[in-house]
Design a protein around this ligand. Sequence first.
Ligand SMILES: Nc1ncnc2c1ncn2[C@@H]1O[C@H](COP(=O)(O)OP(=O)(O)OP(=O)(O)O)[C@@H](O)[C@H]1O
Ligand SMILES: Nc1ncnc2c1ncn2[C@@H]1O[C@H](COP(=O)(O)OP(=O)(O)OP(=O)(O)O)[C@@H](O)[C@H]1O
Ligand SMILES: [Mg+2]
Ligand SMILES: [Mg+2]
Lengths: 465, 465
Amino acid sequence: KEKFSSLSPAEFFKRNAELVGFSNPTKALYQSVRELVENSLDATDIHLILPNIKLSINRIESEQEIYKITIEDNGIGIPQSVIPNAFARVLYSSKYVIRQSRGMYGLGVKAVVLYSQMYQERPIEVISSTIGSKRIYGFKLKIDINKNEPIIYGRYSIENSANWHGTIVTVYILGDWSKSKQRIYEYIKRTHVITPYADFTFLDPEGKITHLPRITNKMPKPPQEVKPHPYGVDIELIKQIIANMRKKGADVKWFLMNEFQGIGEKTAQELLNMSGINEKKKVERLTEEELSKLTEAMKNYAKFRSPSADALSSIGEELIEIGLRSSFNPEFAVAVTRNPEAYQGHPFIVEAGIAYGGNILPVEEPIVLRYANKIPLIYDEKADVVWKVVSELDWKRYGIDTFPAPLVVMTHICSTKIPYKSAGKESIADVEEIEKELKNGLMEAARRLKLYLSEKKKEESARRK
Amino acid sequence: KEKFSSLSPAEFFKRNAELVGFSNPTKALYQSVRELVENSLDATDIHLILPNIKLSINRIESEQEIYKITIEDNGIGIPQSVIPNAFARVLYSSKYVIRQSRGMYGLGVKAVVLYSQMYQERPIEVISSTIGSKRIYGFKLKIDINKNEPIIYGRYSIENSANWHGTIVTVYILGDWSKSKQRIYEYIKRTHVITPYADFTFLDPEGKITHLPRITNKMPKPPQEVKPHPYGVDIELIKQIIANMRKKGADVKWFLMNEFQGIGEKTAQELLNMSGINEKKKVERLTEEELSKLTEAMKNYAKFRSPSADALSSIGEELIEIGLRSSFNPEFAVAVTRNPEAYQGHPFIVEAGIAYGGNILPVEEPIVLRYANKIPLIYDEKADVVWKVVSELDWKRYGIDTFPAPLVVMTHICSTKIPYKSAGKESIADVEEIEKELKNGLMEAARRLKLYLSEKKKEESARRK
Ligand SMILES: Nc1ncnc2c1ncn2[C@@H]1O[C@H](COP(=O)(O)OP(=O)(O)OP(=O)(O)O)[C@@H](O)[C@H]1O
Ligand SMILES: Nc1ncnc2c1ncn2[C@@H]1O[C@H](COP(=O)(O)OP(=O)(O)OP(=O)(O)O)[C@@H](O)[C@H]1O
Ligand SMILES: [Mg+2]
Ligand SMILES: [Mg+2]
């Protein structure tokens, strides 16, 4: 009587497109732009390439609001053998590794393609060439939603005579430019402010061209892939690491010392004693109960050093302060980059910035600019843990007696895993460790504001005498 | 250099367990209880069975906080051939049909099993018998996370001599009872308040037994499965309906008149004229472009009647008011059930209740009790569209001059698709049509409060004379 059925991941995220940010045409146009831009930036700055990104949005139908979005980057490109899966297989990604990147789910561009297929019939077009490749490859693709597989509508290759590398993506989606416009411009500008080594060109549907030029050639140190940290383990993760090991027949002591960060010989022995496991036991022969004991030991062992911050790449105090000054022309600006911390085995860094006065108009509530892994977050502000922390701060203690006040607050959280509230990547869940660091970072910046405001008061009362 | 890989849906939701409500052991214990209770209620009241639900949570390990959760219901049971998939295959469900139910994603109980496997090694146990079945079937299951398939650790069947029907689920998870306790009790009590035809027994880890007895035998009219509404279509949905059609070789006119609600002969012809499609054309032979034109025609045709409310099952004004009175002992209570509306082809009904004074203590902000498809929502209040509407209401206009005030507001949204912000089902996205109806429903209830408060004022000033 009840009808049982299963869904492919493509069917699931198409039916529930709001779970990946595609709730309506206005949001869809914004989400498409941000997913494409984030893929292009991951393909460049993580690999120490100065990003050149060209984005255009053109309206191509008069009856329906169908927009053609084209984005071109000079990134590392995508090998032709994986292009179909990268763009047309949901839950397929090169970012399932332990390293900070903007992407993390293997969903982003596929959600754009799914939405594209809902209201118009043109396939997505991808042109790409990897560094040093002799040929440039082109594909026209759709997603077979029932099977979660690519359908190749066309493919070709041409000689790469100019030694180009990068990716060009063209996709057609139902949108609403007039309602999305403001947030799309905000997204691009706020991205450029913290990515001043990137060159952006944007052609909008009204024909307006915006060029945000490269301001510096200095690039941040790229994040490195790291091994899992013991505090981040669970039984199923250990099973997966064992299944993926290249070395066969390894004993459990070798496994602990080589597949995880921060486990030396002495620590490995201690963990095995705690779990009652013989150090010579082959790791593929561990029983369910032994895996459970080992997981428990790793979670409870108190003396691991913190997870490595090599996997992270912060914005930096200098860049944040420059960005605040250039955006707002304030009378005061400060930025704080905290030391690395961790939650559930994932390292993270909180950065906070404050700008005050000058050209900032007084506002009822602080203007809050949230960032996560170098992505500007624009929707769902009130749901974000950052908003909770900013609104719970007692600004009186830092010299802001009343609101309205000319105050801008910027926050950046970077991590090997950002705990977003949903796969649309709009707001961050309130993880205790992150909330605590946000509070400490904001208070540290606010104390510098307090110092400035009290100095300013002294000067003003001195001047009056 | 970049490592490409794919994830099964089980791997994806295990890695990102916070996307399905499992962010930490405290939340996990709560989420496990609510996913199990919601499955038991869907298996009973949708099928006109008076629900008897027995829930127990016992702590079974002293070093780690492992809890054994057992739930038993007298519902329709699950056929033995699908039990393994129902509990151990992510994205498998009987609720992928167009009919109001608490479940909707095919994820809920699987998320419990995934989390269960992360920190302890016992499989989930399921015992079930469908109505009239001669045998009762038992399984011990785990999820093969890499393949997204069940692993059957054990199976058996016994004779069903007592003609029992229902389901018993036992699962072991890492939790934190002291931190979850309050919200778990709130969830159960708030569920019983709007489901007074259900009998709940709850044994908690401290040995306390709570019995919430059946208060009435009167059950709401169950929701019925309906056909898709034209306003809810898109190209891929039409393709899917065509692929699933039993009747082969149907022409497109038959297809429109029989596979959708609200399309008669005249309307079908109009749609085909708008799309330039011959009425005799076989539906499997429609081109991509014709499917696109047909979708556009259905979205733009202005004369469809509203989506059928047969698929819905509201709580009802009487039950809401009784619930408010029994929970709060107020001096005033009112409930409003609005007429059905629709968003994106999905019908929905908003219900609103207000309670004031009496035993309600004055509060700084109204106490807001949110419900969706008869589920109490407890987390993420500030992210919910309901909170936005309640806080934007000008309570002064309705006789509440200042806060603190003794005010409770209840809202219920029921629909064939609740637009949750995430698959953890904690808060509702701000869909314009729903926001508008919430506002209208609350204002309608608030006007009755205003009337009561002004009458009360008159009586009080009359008494003083
Ligand atoms: N412009 C690009 N240049 C190079 N590689 C790209 C580009 N766009 C996409 N890719 C590749 O395709 C993969 C899939 O992209 P997709 O956006 O679906 O997922 P993701 O970026 O890994 O994660 P998320 O869902 O969080 O965005 C990426 O992991 C990347 O390897
Ligand atoms: N107690 C139960 N009695 C009868 N059927 C059940 C019970 N528990 C689960 N099922 C069946 O197993 C299926 C899967 O349950 P699961 O909780 O994973 O998904 P769902 O309830 O369909 O959706 P959601 O993810 O929103 O909870 C259900 O659709 C239902 O058919
Ligand atoms: Mg991406
Ligand atoms: Mg369920």
